[in-house]
Design a protein around this ligand. Structure first.
Ligand SMILES: Nc1ncnc2c1ncn2[C@@H]1O[C@H](COP(=O)(O)OP(=O)(O)O)[C@@H](O)[C@H]1O
Ligand SMILES: O=C(O)C(=O)C[C@H](O)[C@H](O)COP(=O)(O)O
Length: 313
């Protein structure tokens, strides 16, 4: 007998969405919505998967706009709670010669107050992949403990666990991040590090060494992103390079989040990691061509079109 699950999801993203203010130029600050795993939920949905968010938001207007985004995008928000006691997190993006810089107003936010007791086994019923990040761990000690609990409950429910290292040195130190990662990686199936994060975390810049280091934690698959060079998929059986698609670089905010969402969407469908990485490189190449995190996340048809043409549209 088969059972119908109430909220069957390909991908459940756990972390903090934030309301975004983007400094475009004087007198032009553009509102938006960001937060790494929230961007990943949008990317996975636009890439054709059924995705959901697990988080807490304040009862403020910022939280209303985030929920409106989830409703507009078709993202499952049945695991999003509103908190009377704490606000929704905010952040400000400025663009300079070295790319984008983030300033946060998120200490004490509703999402950062999530702890292990806020999670229960039923939240993971029918979930294919739980996606968490280093930012989910960094926002507070309780959220860090909740990340471990979420990974344990997800595995118990038969889900896979994905993790993006997303190191943010304005939230914690590299040493703190390594200590927290060492706890979660043994529960992780797919890890998404970047070259930049790997250098800061482990002092490693050689892709082969980085992949080996992450595999040594017992992770089944490493998907290392290499910015304009593409990505490497590594398992204990070997490493495969996937080239980036050429792109007109405008703003790389959210490229990694888009990559993760597109990868997980395609991997959920095809179960083929190399196809998923190629699809994700196509999606991420589109995302770097437009300013903003969410506005730049492409839909399935645009990703397919870039894959077929392999060129700038
Ligand atoms: N200039 C670029 N041209 C084409 N694709 C890019 C470019 N920059 C990033 N990408 C794509 O985005 C992915 C993630 O970028 P990366 O900078 O490695 O991650 P993060 O945003 O997490 O730092 C890369 O694997 C690549 O597919
Ligand atoms: O820093 C945080 O806490 C955020 O979540 C803000 C951003 O929305 C993502 O970080 C963008 O991530 P990238 O894909 O690495 O550009």
């Amino acid at each position: 007998m088969t059972s119908t699950r109430p909220h069957a999801l390909d991908i459940l993203c756990f972390g903090e969405p934030m309301f975004e203010f983007s400094w475009i130029e004087k007198d032009n600050i553009r509102p938006g919505i960001g937060g790494d795993v929230s961007n990943t939920a949008v990317a996975a949905t636009r890439a054709g998967a059924k995705a959901g968010m697990l988080t807490h938001l304040g009862t403020d207007g910022f939280g209303d706009h985030i929920l409106q985004l989830y409703s507009d995008e078709g993202i499952d928000a049945s695991r999003v709670q509103r908190s009377e006691a704490a606000p929704t997190g905010l952040y400000f993006i400025e663009y300079g010669p070295n790319g984008h810089q983030f300033s946060y107003r998120r200490a004490g936010s509703a999402a950062s107050q999530i702890g292990p007791d806020d999670l229960d086994q039923r939240m993971f019923d029918g979930v294919g992949v739980l996606h968490i990040s280093g930012i989910t761990q960094a926002i507070s000690e309780t959220a860090c403990a909740a990340s471990i609990r979420a990974a344990e409950l997800a595995r118990k429910a038969g889900a896979r666990v994905a993790f993006d290292t997303n190191l943010r040195l304005n939230l914690w130190t590299a040493q703190q991040a390594v200590a927290a990662m060492e706890q979660i990686l043994p529960l992780v199936d797919v890890v998404f590090p970047s070259i930049e994060d790997s250098e800061a975390l482990f002092g490693l810049s050689d892709p082969e060494q980085i992949c080996k280091r992450f595999l040594s934690f017992g992770v089944e698959m490493v998907v290392l992103t290499l910015a304009e060079k593409g990505a490497i998929v590594a398992t204990e059986h070997g490493q495969h390079m996937i080239d980036a698609f050429p792109a007109n670089l405008t703003d790389a905010t959210g490229a990694g989040d888009t990559f993760d969402g597109a990868f997980l969407a395609e991997f959920s469908r095809s179960k083929n990691a190399l196809d998923a990485a190629r699809f994700a490189c196509a999606a991420a190449s589109l995302s770097v061509e437009t300013v903003g995190a969410v506005a730049s996340i492409p839909h399935y048809d645009a990703i397919q079109s870039r894959m077929q043409k392999g060129e700038i549209l």
